[in-house]
Design a protein around this ligand. Structure first.
Ligand code: PLP
Length: 409
């Protein structure tokens, strides 16, 4: 263990060393866009701490720190960090601006999509009564305290609903859904990427909610691109729509969007910080994330999405062509229909010929220089390029080729 005195001594010596170039030193300045770190000299904290950085060939994973924010977002965060404001005033104005940009009734910045789900439900349960909000999650017998969802939509993130203490009621068909609605039903919850697997599709789901006067919420966390999705589900009639800020929008990783009906957004905010006696007090969003989220959204809305797509597709094709040239390797480009709707690559190989399983290859990629993170299973590697910096696809392609080219019988 390094003692405090040595640590302080090292710290005081650091400016004399002139700092290090953080981020993608391998690429140099010219190969990097949208990553401010790479253009500036910074003290190299990650190196000091012994935490390895890596090329993200996986995608927007929370455990991998999500995404890299764009320059405009970082500038907004820096700007916000220098002045005090009243948090509710800022949320009011930013919410209005976002609602205007996304052509919906109202909006608020949350601490991620998960938090948007919890706060949105809390608002449905409390209405505009702060005393009811204070009862969540453990004193809710007198409130509406059941949420209905389709069985195939019931994923781990539904824990965001359980945070409010509610009972989750699973149904499969539209008839079951209607039957399950009673005077304790607070809300109907829909998982956007679960749509193909569920019996009840969007229109019918929304119509059932309206018929019974029960609010509907949809989780669209990872569902931009396409840009249209930011508008689509509020227009479709969902009362509340939740997005991650730190996935395709490339905003702060600890930010998200809750969009929807004016009274429901106002009610959701009764359970959010700065109010203390609430379920959402721990999901604090300060001025930096609030403004960063707005800046990221503005950047996203005005981007050339065709150019982005062309870049990601070209990168994926480069990796595809490079690795597919190895004897025994299969590579397949695909685009998921909903959620992470971007050019993606699945790489597999004849494991009789190349005697390594998927996890072993992933580990070699992770342990190499530079370290590269991918996803997948024992059979294959999963790769996306949208969270990479331009140029990194060449390193990824040649490393995978190199690894799969060894150990061949
Ligand atoms: C990522 C994700 C979440 C959580 O989003 P955060 O912004 O990380 O809070 C919720 N639901 C789904 C379907 C997701 O993919």
């Amino acid at each position: 263990m390094i003692n405090r005195r040595t640590l302080l001594k090292n710290l005081s010596a650091l400016p004399l060393l002139g700092g290090f170039i953080g981020g993608n030193h391998l690429l140099g300045k010219s190969g990097v866009t949208g990553n401010v770190v790479a253009d500036k000299m910074y003290r190299d904290y990650f190196k000091e701490l012994g935490v390895r950085t890596f090329i993200n060939a996986a995608g927007t994973y929370t455990a991998m720190s999500g995404c890299l924010m764009r320059e405009e977002t970082v500038q907004a965060i820096n700007y916000a960090s220098n002045q005090y404001v009243n948090i509710d005033d800022l949320q009011d104005r930013v919410g209005e601006r976002i609602a205007e940009l996304l052509d919906c009734e109202a909006a608020t910045v949350t601490a991620g999509c998960f938090s948007a789900i919890t706060l949105g439900l809390a608002g449905v349960m409390s209405g505009l009564d702060p005393k009811k909000a204070a009862k969540i999650p453990d004193d809710i017998a007198d409130l509406k305290n059941e949420v209905i969802l389709q069985k195939s939509h019931h994923i781990g993130y539904a824990h965001a609903l359980r945070n409010c203490g509610v009972k989750l009621v699973e149904v499969e068909t539209a008839a079951e859904l209607e039957n399950a609605i009673n005077d304790k039903t607070a809300m109907l919850w829909f998982l956007n990427y679960g749509n193909p697997d569920g019996h009840v599709k969007y229109d019918e789901f929304v119509a059932i909610g309206k018929k019974h006067g029960v609010p509907t919420m949809i989780d669209c966390a990872a569902d931009v691109p396409p840009k249209e999705n930011l508008f689509k589900y509020t227009k479709m009639g969902f009362d509340l729509v939740c997005f991650s800020g730190g996935k395709g929008l490339r905003g702060p990783q600890s930010a998200g969007l809750l969009l929807g009906k004016k009274d429901l957004i106002a009610a959701a905010r009764l359970s959010a910080a700065p109010r203390g006696d609430t379920v959402g007090r721990g999901m604090k969003v300060n001025k930096e994330e609030t403004l960063g989220m707005l800046a990221a959204l503005e950047n996203f809305l005005t981007r050339d999405h065709e150019a982005d797509w062309k870049l990601w597709k070209g990168q994926i094709e480069h990796i595809h062509d490079t690795v597919a040239s190895v004897d025994g390797v299969m590579a397949e480009i695909h685009v998921p229909e909903i959620a992470n709707h971007v050019p993606s690559l699945k790489v597999s190989w004849d494991q009789n010929k190349i005697k390594m399983d998927g996890n072993a290859v992933r580990e070699k990629l992770r342990m190499g220089h530079p370290s590269i993170q991918t996803v997948g299973n024992n059979e294959s590697l999963g790769i996306t390029t949208w969270m990479m910096n331009p140029g990194e696809e060449r390193i990824v392609a040649s490393r995978i080729k190199e690894i799969l080219s060894t150990d061949v019988e």
